[in-house]
Design a protein around this ligand. Structure first.
Ligand SMILES: NC(=O)C1=CN([C@@H]2O[C@H](COP(=O)(O)OP(=O)(O)OC[C@H]3O[C@@H](n4cnc5c(N)ncnc54)[C@H](OP(=O)(O)O)[C@@H]3O)[C@@H](O)[C@H]2O)C=CC1
Ligand SMILES: CC(=O)C(=O)O
Ligand SMILES: [Mg+2]
Length: 414
């Protein structure tokens, strides 16, 4: 067993199995305390909530509580390993919600037979939470699941692998293109993968200025083109009318490679074929589409990002989901709409251009960091992400009419 593997297993096993726990937030020492916390006192908020469900935000933890829900069908890039095996990742997301945004979070792994059964399970428990973060649910089912749950639930529902990934990818990519002196409207983009993350990333890039016809998407069967008869409706949106069939065909002169597929699918020979000053985001976790060492050894003019914490430019939805939920919950948004997503992109992008505080340098192991090839996107442990991104999202929610309460005091000042 490698040293790192053992360290990772020990981290999860000791001193107590798992990564999250529940703590109580009110005194519960005396009979007097218990008479308030439990019987008879608890009956009072029960009556208040029965009279008006909004009172759940006043008298329970609902407003600060996010459910992280998975069925384990697309656990990182490891594939469909089932609900229980997804639990460490879901606990990990809960850890990140708490660590970065102070949000309480519980992981829920759902075993189900049909897509409708999954939807009904989540719908049935949704009112318990302030928001629902769907995680690691494979395409194409994830699209129907999210669409249905948004319609059926009274709280925001957000599939992190779609939109969290898209927001961070868009922020990082727009900055990278700026560093490389390129215009997103003209960039030729290759997207390896045609699932949850891929479809959402490319749709958001189009909203940010990319041209649909400049995007070449690939799945396990190669380039997605109009003559294929095996495409689901989501892949079909990216079918190019082209004779190009292979990665080699589409990567030639491409400005951007976005990998949201699986490990080691981008060979060095393909990297050599890209246009001058390319951008490669190899976002598959835990193992990227190409190892940064290999990509950098192949050419020296690229901006390289991965989904991992141990290389520069971590393009990972951790930069988004804690903060977008913080902003959404703080104004009790009914949904997380495009305006809020674009506001998050802009806030994340802008932060990368500011001087990096010493505490961030120390936490990320750098002597200095400056906007450029090795720093196109903020570090997850940057404490400015929380106020900046959450505020931008909350303001966008208010302005786009999905907030149910006014902007809180602490969001008022610029
Ligand atoms: N860095 C980040 O923040 C994030 C990274 N990701 C990564 O993106 C990847 C996909 O996740 P997600 O979209 O949720 O999963 P999905 O199961 O929804 O989609 C996976 C897609 O990848 C394609 N794919 C898998 N292996 C290959 C391969 N060898 N060659 C070409 N295409 C391949 C599949 O092709 P087909 O349709 O033919 O089966 C499918 O289109 C994972 O590796 C995940 O770790 C995801 C979210 C966030
Ligand atoms: C980061 C993440 O959500 C994933 O790889 O699935
Ligand atoms: Mg995920």
């Amino acid at each position: 067993m490698t040293d790192f593997r053992q360290k990772a297993l020990d981290y999860h096993a000791f001193p107590k199995p798992g990564k999250i726990s529940v703590e109580i937030s009110k005194p519960a020492e005396t009979a007097k305390d218990l008479s308030l916390a439990y019987s008879p006192g608890v009956a009072e908020p029960v009556r208040e909530i029965a009279a008006d469900p909004e009172n759940a935000y006043k008298y329970t933890a609902k407003g600060n509580l996010v459910a992280v829900i998975s069925n384990g069908t697309a656990i990182l890039g490891l594939g469909n390993l089932g609900p229980l095996a997804s639990k460490p990742v879901m606990e990990g997301k809960a850890l990140l919600f708490k660590r970065f945004a102070g949000l309480d979070s519980v992981d829920i792994e759902v075993k189900h037979r049909t897509t409708e059964e999954f939807i009904q399970t989540v719908e049935a428990i949704a009112d318990t939470f302030g928001g629902i973060n769907l995680e690691d649910i494979k395409a194409p089912e994830c699209f129907e699941i999210e669409r249905e749950l948004i319609e059926r639930c009274n709280v925001p529902v957000f599939h992190d692998d779609q939109h969290g990934t898209a927001i961070v990818t868009a922020a990082g990519l727009i900055n990278s293109l700026e560093v490389q002196g390129k215009d997103i409207a003209e960039a030729r983009i290759v997207c390896m993968g045609a699932g949850a993350a891929a479809v959402a990333c490319m749709e958001l890039l189009i909203k940010c200025g990319a041209q649909r016809e400049n995007i070449y998407m690939l799945d396990r069967n190669g380039v997605i083109h109009t003559r294929r008869d095996d495409l689901n409706e989501y892949k079909a949106l990216f079918a190019n009318n082209t004779d190009k069939r292979t990665l080699e065909d589409v990567i030639t002169d491409a400005d951007v490679f976005v990998g949201v597929s699986g490990p080691d699918v981008l060979p060095a020979e393909a990297v050599k074929l890209m246009a001058p000053n390319p951008v490669i985001f190899a976002c598959s976790n835990p193992d990227p589409e190409i190892k940064p060492e290999l990509a950098h050894a192949t050419r020296d003019d690229l901006v390289m990002g991965t989904g991992r914490s141990d290389y520069p430019n971590q393009v990972n939805n951790v930069l988004c989901f804690p903060f977008i939920f913080r902003g959404a919950l703080d104004v009790r948004a009914t949904r997380i709409n495009d305006e809020m997503k674009v506001a998050a992109v802009d806030a994340i992008r802008a932060l990368a251009k500011e001087p990096v505080p010493q505490e961030v340098l120390v936490a990320s192991g750098y002597d200095s960091l400056e906007f450029g090839k090795d720093y196109v996107i903020p570090k997850p442990m940057d404490p400015r992400l929380l106020p900046r991104v959450a505020r931008a999202v909350a303001v966008a929610a208010v302005e786009s009419g999905v907030a149910r309460i006014a902007l809180p005091e602490n969001y008022m000042q610029d």
